[in-house]
Structures are given as structure tokens and as C-alpha cells.
Design a protein. Structure first.
Length: 313
């Protein structure tokens, strides 16, 4: 009986040890998302300082040797596709972020996955132009569906017309190969990242050694014009293309706002939640709601307007 008891105890200990090993580190949720970028409510200057400190520690020759590392690179100004190879030379580029910088207008941010560098950036801009073309058509259709003369419909017509005009400007800019790219996600050695950070056009290199794959990682780079405290602003859509395995994007339309915590100051940036993208410009433009645009696709815009639905502000 003593031998049987000892054998049972040994089996139980082995089972517990195996379960603990297969379950991964305590407290680590396999569904957690790593978020890299500027914190909402944090000053941009504070974020830049934090990213620089992390890079300096990672690239320090006296520290532990590190291999290739994912990093979020933010540019000082918007760049055209043909400038990117020189700005990011030496790194493997997985995706870039682009936005048409129109004055006093909140324009959408497009995430462009990169298969072939740098041709996919130009191709992604052309795809983004097609998306804006469709949005322009949707807004114009909604505008034409309003035939009343009351104050509500007059205001909605003006909003739709303004949104259609903005979408047309964005489409034209993307087709021209505009200076619209402001950030990129890359993979490189710490020494290469340090070299990229020294280039005049680069604003920040935020290393993320804790990132293993991009399919569970979100990036939130600051816009070139952001200077003060970053606040949550409605976001934009990704370019609807099939993403590479390393890119964190979806062909579906992204949420219209970001209600999440994003941090890069801590080495452990795992938080639970669903993927999000980046903010848009600080000057908001009244844009119709997703339901109203979807109604145009479904051919039910007239009934939606009859219900008195107003655009999100």
C-alpha cells in the first residue's frame, strides 16, 4: 500500500508539472495583444524620450547581445514612397502607415502591408484611392437621397457633400504618389535601428523586443504634426488587401475610435483587447456614421435618413 501511494503521488506531481509547463508563464493570456506606440494622454515629447531610452539600452554594446527586433519608426514629416528606401535602409519593412495631410481636416489613416519593398507602398496607395472613390460615391448617394428642406436634412446634405469632397481629395493625392507615409513597422538588429534613428528625417525608433509576431501586435505612431498631449481621435480604415503573415491588418473596416491603453514605456506591453490602429489629425471633420455609409451599400439609405439618423461628430 505504501508503494502504491508513492507511485500515485509521483504521477500526480508529474501531471501538475506538465500542465504548468504546457500552460505557459503564469498570468500570460494567449489572447493578449501587445501594443506599441504613444500613450493616449501622454505627451509626445515624453513618448519620444521613452523610445530613445529603450533604443539606447537595447543598442548598448555593454549590454546583453540582442538579435533582430521589431520596431515602430515614426517620421518627422510625411514622405513619398520613393524616399522610403533611403530612410529605412537596412531594415525589413512589414507595413507602413499613410495619411493625406489636408489642412483643417481629419483624414483617414491607411495601414499598408508590405510584401515587396518598396513597390507595395505605391500599390497600397492606389488601393487606398479606390477605397476613397467608393466612399465618395457613398456620400454623394446619401446626399442625393435627402430631398427635404428642413434644417436637419440641409445640415446632413452639407455634411455628406463635405465628406465626399474630402474623399475625392484623398483619392487624387494617393494616385499622385503623395508625401503621405509617416510611420513604418520594421525588423532589424539594434545597431541598424540605432543607425536609422540617427537619420535626420526619422523622429523616433521605438523598439519592441517583446513582440514575437505581428498578428497579435498593435502599433500607434504619433502623427508628424502631433506635439502636445495625445488624445483619442476617430481612426481610419486599412487598405483592403490580403495581408502578409507578419502584418496586423484586416480587410474589414476598422473601429471609428480608439478606446484603449497604448504604451511603450514599459518592457511588458501586453494588454487584453481587440486590434486598433492609429489616430487622425487633431482637427475633426463631421463625418457620417458607419451605419449611414453601410445603408448606401445596401440600397437603404433613404429609409435610414427617414429615421432621422445624424452623422457622428
Amino acid at each position: 500500500m505504501t508503494g502504491v501511494a508513492l507511485a500515485a503521488t509521483a504521477v500526480l506531481v508529474l501531471a501538475v508539472a506538465w500542465a504548468g509547463h504546457s500552460g505557459g508563464p503564469a498570468g500570460e493570456d494567449p489572447g493578449d495583444v501587445v501594443r506599441v506606440g504613444v500613450v493616449e494622454g501622454q505627451s509626445v515629447a515624453g513618448y519620444l524620450d521613452s523610445a530613445q531610452r529603450e533604443l539606447s539600452m537595447l543598442a548598448d554594446p555593454s549590454g546583453p547581445a540582442a538579435g533582430d527586433t521589431w520596431a515602430l519608426i515614426s517620421l518627422r514629416d510625411y514622405a513619398a514612397p520613393d524616399r522610403l528606401p533611403a530612410l529605412l535602409d537596412g531594415a525589413l519593412v512589414a507595413q507602413v502607415y499613410a495619411r493625406v495631410p489636408l489642412p483643417d481636416t481629419r483624414t483617414q489613416v491607411s495601414l499598408i502591408p508590405v510584401y515587396r519593398w518598396p513597390g507595395d507602398v505605391t500599390a497600397g496607395m492606389l488601393d487606398a484611392a479606390l477605397v476613397r472613390d467608393q466612399e465618395q460615391a457613398d456620400y454623394l448617394r446619401l446626399e442625393r437621397s435627402l430631398t427635404g428642406d428642413d434644417q436637419r436634412q440641409t445640415r446632413l446634405r452639407a455634411t455628406y457633400a463635405n465628406a465626399a469632397r474630402t474623399a475625392a481629395q484623398e483619392a487624387a493625392a494617393y494616385r499622385s504618389g503623395c508625401s503621405c507615409v509617416f510611420a513604418a513597422v520594421v525588423r532589424a538588429t539594434p545597431a541598424t535601428l540605432d543607425d536609422i534613428a540617427s537619420r535626420a528625417a526619422v523622429r523616433a525608433v521605438d523598439p519592441a523586443p517583446e513582440v514575437r509576431t505581428l498578428d497579435r501586435t498593435e502599433f500607434r505612431p504619433p502623427l508628424p504634426e502631433e506635439r502636445g498631449t495625445v488624445s483619442a481621435e476617430p481612426s481610419a480604415v486599412p487598405v483592403p488587401t490580403v495581408a502578409p503573415e507578419v502584418a496586423s491588418t484586416s480587410p474589414a473596416r476598422l473601429p471609428s475610435s480608439i478606446g484603449i491603453t497604448v504604451t511603450s514605456a514599459s518592457p511588458d506591453r501586453r494588454v487584453a483587447g481587440s486590434p486598433a490602429v492609429v489616430t487622425s489629425s487633431p482637427e475633426p471633420l463631421a463625418v457620417p456614421s458607419e451605419a449611414e455609409v453601410s445603408a448606401a451599400h445596401d440600397g437603404s439609405s433613404a429609409s435610414a435618413e427617414a429615421s432621422g439618423t445624424e452623422p457622428e461628430r
